[in-house]
Design a protein around this ligand. Structure first.
Ligand SMILES: *[C@@H]1O[C@H](CO)[C@@H](O)[C@H](O)[C@H]1NC(C)=O
Ligand SMILES: *[C@@H]1O[C@H](CO)[C@@H](O)[C@H](O)[C@H]1NC(C)=O
Ligand SMILES: *[C@@H]1O[C@H](CO)[C@@H](O)[C@H](O)[C@H]1NC(C)=O
Ligand SMILES: *[C@@H]1O[C@H](CO)[C@@H](O)[C@H](O)[C@H]1NC(C)=O
Ligand SMILES: *[C@@H]1O[C@H](CO)[C@@H](O)[C@H](O)[C@H]1NC(C)=O
Ligand SMILES: *[C@@H]1O[C@H](CO)[C@@H](O)[C@H](O)[C@H]1NC(C)=O
Length: 532
């Protein structure tokens, strides 16, 4: 999604750009793939900086560039210079938490995982002055949006197939469409059992050893309304009445803000561009509010809890349980402290704030702290523009977190190797003593607006019915009057139909307002934009 993270401090805290012991794809092997495409395959190593940024190398115009992998947006942008590139003269501005990516749309040869695309459109960001951070120091010099093509601002600006996103270009060029999928495997730093795992990204193939993902249920990608398909993401429904199992082992009850979501289910977006998962405030409170010593931090907009507290959360999707590693449910990566200066860990399932999903298209964003627990496959299906398949897009998830192993890791890392999980200090408070985080006045207002705006299809339909009725009434009254006049056969002054017309225009204006807001939410760079 657009905002890389909602913790401004996070950027400052990230020290060394650690590079994992990757074993494939030197820059040379990328260049080689142009000549002999059989010598490589689509398995691409993924770098990780402090569990907060995941990135891979692409080649653009011959230059190898590390780009953040973002399943929540759909544009490619890079900073610095690109050797063999053509400037289209058209400019675009994309807004992210890190700053504005602004520049001209260029085209160059794009290579990734053994695939080569000529004249790939991308944003060449020449001015990085608005960036709040040195992204290069965090391991990347650009961002590769892996979302649906309809979400691409470049595609919208160029207004034809030449603006298609990189993944779309790779898939639309391919004669076979069954392999139109990507997979993502993220590793976890500071986890003794994850040192063996190398982050991997693949195109059209499965990471060896993870073949079991093919047997996992294909979970349908939930589509947004046609008019707002700029806001389409890789989003799915959680399981009915048990989408999120909380630390007490009970399902956390939360109502969806998505009007068309079935009762008891939430709409969740897979977003590798978000460090912290974003959840409804009540859900975040239910996860952390019963922890002894939990403290709400207004500065971070998140809960702080004692680092030794094991937080047990499971997400259920497609009838399968995906336990969240306790090292992901609270994080020691941010160096946070309680108000009294004591060491704290950050509750990673952060409450969403204002302007979130203003049109009511999703309830939560499953960011990196969730995605580290799954091997994730996304089949683009019919969401490939100019593609050849009509099969619906879907996601498959394979759990990579073994709960018993995860608990052992947690004890080793957070409890000094001594199992204290059952200790009195770590017992949850009774439900009646749950703490709640404060909701600001602005947030209340945004939620209210959201409730109204998210119902725009119904409002639109209502307005159309209203207009039709009013017009019908006018016509009917008109005819009746004319007939009466004719019957009287008197040549008097004509009767007014103004009242009916006025009501019709009022209806029309409401339709307009709803339609304008729908576009607004979808356009890249305004306040209305959800933080995705
Ligand atoms: C494809 O990737 C896998 C996993 O990295 C590797 O073992 C295999 O050798 C690769 N195949 C080719 C042809 O490069
Ligand atoms: C990207 O390429 C550079 C060499 O140009 C290499 O040092 C680095 O490890 C690569 N990064 C990833 C994530 O593969
Ligand atoms: C797309 O539109 C641009 C002008 O915006 C034009 O130069 C280009 O030829 C068009 N490409 C295709 C594939 O239609
Ligand atoms: C492209 O098609 C070939 C077969 O025609 C297939 O082997 C390959 O995996 C496909 N690649 C993608 C990205 O779909
Ligand atoms: C790392 O991999 C090796 C070989 O696959 C395995 O024997 C070892 O148990 C793994 N270590 C961890 C911590 O998983
Ligand atoms: C975590 O929660 C699950 C149920 O959601 C339960 O089966 C498991 O025993 C719990 N583990 C711990 C250590 O609390």
């Amino acid at each position: 999604m657009r905002s890389l993270t909602s913790l401004p401090l996070l950027f400052a805290l990230l020290a060394d750009a650690a590079t994992l012991p990757f074993h494939v794809h030197s820059p040379n092997s990328f260049l080689q793939s142009r000549q002999s495409s059989t010598s490589t395959n689509g398995t691409i190593p993924v770098g990780n900086t402090q569990n907060s940024f995941y990135y891979s190398n692409i080649t653009l115009g011959g230059r190898t560039i590390s780009v953040m992998l973002d399943t929540g947006s759909s544009d490619l942008w890079v900073t610095g210079s690109v050797p063999s590139t053509t400037n289209t003269g058209k400019s675009v501005t994309l807004s992210y938490a890190v700053g504005q990516a602004k520049g001209n749309i260029n085209t160059a040869t794009f290579q990734f995982g053994g695939y080569t695309v000529n004249d790939q459109a991308f944003l060449l960001v020449t001015d990085t002055s608005s960036f709040s951070t040195n992204i290069h120091a965090e391991g990347y010099d650009g961002l590769l949006g892996l979302g649906p093509n309809t979400g691409s601002s470049i595609y919208k600006e160029l207004d034809n197939a030449s603006g298609n996103s990189p993944m779309n270009r790779i898939f639309q060029n391919n004669a076979s469409n069954t392999n139109n999928y990507i997979t993502l495997l993220l590793n976890r730093q500071n986890d003794p059992a994850s040192t063996n795992v190398t982050g991997q990204f693949t195109i059209g193939e499965i990471v060896p050893g993870y073949e079991a993902i093919s047997n996992m249920p294909q979970v349908a990608i939930e589509k947004v309304y046609k008019l707002t398909d700029q806001d389409q993401h890789w989003q799915v429904l959680t399981d009915k009445d048990k989408g999120i199992i909380g630390p007490d082992g009970q399902p956390i009850q939360a109502d969806s803000i998505v009007p068309k979501a079935p009762d008891g289910q939430l709409v969740a977006v897979f977003d590798s561009g978000y460090t912290l998962p974003q959840v409804p405030r009540d859900v975040s409170d239910a996860i952390y509010g019963r922890v002894q010593g939990a403290e709400w931090s207004a500065a971070y907009g998140a809960w702080l809890i004692p680092c030794g507290q094991l937080v047990n959360i499971t997400i259920n999707i497609g009838g399968n349980a995906y336990p969240v590693h306790p090292l992901d449910a609270s994080s020691s990566d941010f160096g946070v402290t309680f108000a009294n200066g004591g060491t704290a860990c950050l509750g990673t399932f952060q409450p969403v704030t204002s302007a979130f999903s203003l049109l009511g298209e999703y309830d939560m964003i499953l960011g990196m702290a969730f995605l580290r627990n799954t091997y994730t496959l996304i089949n683009f299906g019919s969401m490939v523009s100019s593609g050849s398949t009509t099969a619906p897009a879907y996601a498959q998830l394979l759990s990579t977190t073994n709960w018993d192993q995860a608990v052992q890791d947690f004890i080793a890392v957070r409890q000094g190797g001594q199992n204290q999980i059952g200790a009195a200090q770590y017992a949850l408070l009774p439900a009646g003593q749950e703490q709640h985080s404060p909701e600001s006045a602005a947030e209340k207002k945004a939620h209210y607006e959201e409730e109204v705006l998210s119902r725009w299809p119904y409002i639109l339909a209502g307005c159309i019915v209203f207009v039709v009725l009013v017009v019908g009434l006018c016509v009917w009254r008109c005819c009746k009057r004319r007939r009466a006049r004719r019957a009287r056969a008197a040549a008097q002054a004509g009767a007014s139909t103004g009242g009916g017309g006025g009501a019709g225009r009022r209806g029309g204006r409401r339709v307009c307002a709803a339609a304008r807001v729908a576009e607004y939410g979808g356009s890249g760079d305004d306040a209305c934009e959800p933080r995705v």
